[in-house]
Write a protein that binds this ligand. Structure first.
Ligand SMILES: Nc1ncnc2c1ncn2[C@@H]1O[C@H](COP(=O)(O)OP(=O)(O)OP(=O)(O)O)[C@@H](O)[C@H]1O
Ligand SMILES: [Mg+2]
Length: 337
């Protein structure tokens, strides 16, 4: 199957004091039609910047894409699209849901007005037909009293309802790709579960490919087919969900897994990984995770690891798994604690 979205060697740098600081540093991944791909990693790893890059929503004057970077949608490059051309892709082909629905809904217009604007901008429908579609979509995402909600303002709805409205809006033009950036972190746990169920259901019904960005590996386990783990502007591991949970390879992934609280374990598993993600302007030499890694060798502090195949459709960038590093780390116990 051909990928719907292909991101190749994505580099994004931000301007700071006249210099451009590399922030996303050579990210590669593919999203296949209809799949749900999870993107996980701690705060500051570059998850949102990567998705804004794909959506063509980075601030032009303050950011720069790498010369060799490519973003291909159905095989066509999006890199040099004009603003108008990009706008066609956003909505018709891909849509994004943001963490805080309040910041992406306009407080001075009704839900219906905003949905109709969006629908008529992308689909050839009359205002009346667009309103019917808006109400239908609101019903689809489980909004009670959709006929009256359509005439209400964002502040009249609860956080969970607003997030449902965002999903309805994003899906109202049948995009092939939906990027959901932390769609549930602002919500309480029960509502979170409902929204995730809803996204999964809609994804199945419409065969929409979803890039689900989250801090939470538990969420990934529940709804995703495949996952990429990002650290310090790079992808450090990629695999299908079952594979990554059964056999996580990168010490960072293992650390993330160990910080998932478990109800069944006799010991509390909340061993957060010590230390923090390096800032883009303070990127260390070698593997960016080395300063936090219990398995790091001299090699890890001096050279960036290469990406190696470590299982079926399973890749990681870690010296423990490539020739030289494996020898250096020989004899060390390496297991999930
Ligand atoms: N517009 C910008 N200008 C300069 N730096 C930025 C900009 N946006 C993001 N960054 C920096 O890029 C890095 C990655 O940020 P990003 O928002 O992608 O992280 P994230 O993985 O989405 O984190 P979170 O989980 O907190 O949302 C951070 O160091 C951030 O400060
Ligand atoms: Mg983010």
């Amino acid at each position: 199957m051909n990928p719907l979205l292909e991101v190749k060697d994505l580099e994004i740098a931000f301007k700071k004091d006249r210099a451009f600081i590399p922030t996303v540093r050579g990210v590669n991944f593919q999203v296949f039609p209809g799949e749900m791909l999870g993107i996980v990693g701690e705060s500051g790893c570059g998850k949102s910047v990567t998705s804004l890059g794909v959506m063509g929503l980075l601030p032009k004057e303050f950011s720069k894409l790498g010369n060799h970077s490519e973003i291909l949608f159905e095989g066509k490059s999006l890199k040099h699209l004009s603003d108008v051309e990009y706008r066609h892709y956003r909505g018709n082909e891909m849509a994004m849901i943001f963490q805080d629905p309040m910041s992406s809904l306009n407080p001075v217009f009704t839900i219906g007005f905003q949905m109709i604007e969006m629908i008529t901008a992308h689909l050839k429908l009359s205002k009346k037909a667009a309103k019917t579609r808006a109400v239908d979509m609101l019903k689809k995402v489980g909004i009670p009293r959709a006929e009256s909600v359509v005439n209400e303002y964002p502040h009249q709805l609860s956080g969970g309802m607003r997030q449902r409205v965002m999903i309805a809006m994003a899906l109202s033009c049948n995009p092939k790709l939906l990027i959901a950036d932390e769609p549930t972190t602002a919500l309480d746990v029960t509502i979170q579960a409902q929204i995730l169920d809803l996204m999964k259901k809609l994804q199945k019904e419409y065969q929409t490919a979803v890039m689900l960005i989250t801090h939470d590996l538990g969420v990934v386990a529940e709804v995703c087919d495949r996952v990429i783990v990002m650290y310090a502007g790079k992808v450090v591991e990629e695999a299908e969900v079952a594979e990554i949970f059964n056999a996580p390879k990168h010490p960072y992934t293992v650390g993330l897994m160990n910080s998932i609280p478990s109800l069944t374990d006799e010991k509390e598993r909340l061993d957060a990984i010590t230390g923090s993600v390096p800032l883009p302007e303070e990127m260390p030499a070698g593997c960016p995770f080395a300063p936090r890694c219990a398995h790091a060798t001299d090699l890890c502090f001096s050279e960036e690891p290469v990406t190696v195949n470590v299982g079926p459709k399973h890749y990681t960038s870690c010296w423990l798994y490539s020739g030289e590093g494996r020898e250096a780390a020989d004899g060390r116990a390496f297991s999930r604690t």
